[in-house]
Ligand binder design. Structure first.
Ligand code: HPA
Length: 288
């Protein structure tokens, strides 16, 4: 079967190299002054950043042989590269979640491609439920650390070179990037919480008992993404920044049942602040 007909994701090093070469050639078709060093992963309801990119090259996932496909409403399913505020960026519009049934390696395929494309810094955005007793969503939170409750490491299985077998995670969300984010938020008048993100497998939202447990174990927010990608990026020595849109109080903390459409609505409500924050961070990083 020709590679372009294959719908099974190619997860090994050779498959990743092939996808990277294909994508790299498509992105290089449009001449941008410099190759992007920063990539942004757009979470639920945060896709609008893609519309702000000038001279954009859009490469839908399904055009890349062996690339996994998106299945979730609110996630577009394309790589986008171009200039944002005169800074070359690569955007991943549409991510892969464990709850879709993907192998852990699929969830981090885009991160592995980014590393092969020479990306040095990854900004991960997501929507999350708020666990912190004193915070009121909708609000933004800088991820300071995480607790993985999906119990499915993205790196499980054969080592994908040049990742190491046992990557260090003592500073998973780069402190110097968080300092930049705090400064940008302060200057822009954006309230930015900072706390621990717990990742669940999903796709159900949590029960009130799980929410109570997570809070007692030290988590401030809960979601179903980001941790696999942060782990894979750390395994390649990329610097990671993660920002959560706290779209709702986690289950049991409010009288309202949870609804994905409400999560998307709140994500859209926060989108402008998220965009301002991410753009400000990109500008700051481009100076160094
Ligand atoms: N739980 C898990 N994931 C989420 C939530 C939540 O409350 N809100 C947005 N994503």
């Amino acid at each position: 079967m020709p590679a372009s007909d294959s719908t099974a994701p190619a997860l090994d090093s050779e498959g990743l190299d092939r996808m990277t070469q294909f994508l790299g050639e498509r992105l290089a078709a449009r001449v941008t002054p410099k190759k992007p060093r920063i990539a942004v992963v757009l979470g639920s309801g945060l896709g609008g950043l893609a519309d702000l990119v000038n001279d954009a090259v859009v490469v839908p996932y399904e055009e890349i042989p062996g690339h996994p496909r998106s299945t979730v409403a609110g996630h577009q399913g394309a790589w986008i590269s171009g200039m944002l505020d005169d800074i070359p960026v690569l955007l991943q519009a549409g991510r892969f979640h464990l709850y879709e049934g993907h192998e852990p390696g699929v969830t981090v395929t885009p991160i592995r491609i980014m590393a092969r494309l020479g990306i040095e810094t990854v900004v991960l955005t997501n929507a999350a439920g708020c666990l912190h007793a004193k915070w009121r969503p909708p609000a933004l939170m800088l991820v300071a650390d995480h607790i993985q409750f999906s119990f499915r490491s993205a790196l499980r299985g054969p080592v994908v070179e040049p990742e190491s077998r046992f990557p260090d995670l003592s500073d998973p969300y780069d402190e110097s990037l968080r300092e930049v984010a705090r400064r940008v938020a302060l200057d822009a008048g954006i309230r930015l919480h900072e706390g621990v993100y717990a990742s669940m497998l999903g796709p159900t939202y949590e029960t009130p008992a799980e929410v109570s447990m997570l809070g007692r174990l030290g988590a401030d927010a809960v979601g179903m993404s980001t941790v696999p990608e942060a782990i894979a990026a750390n395994a390649r020595g990329m610097r990671v920044l993660a920002i959560s849109s706290l779209t709702n109080l986690a289950a049991g903390l409010s009288a309202e049942p949870l609804d994905h459409d409400d999560v998307l609505d709140a994500g859209r409500y926060l989108e402008r602040s998220m965009q301002t924050l991410v753009r400000g961070i990109l500008v700051e990083l481009s100076k160094s």
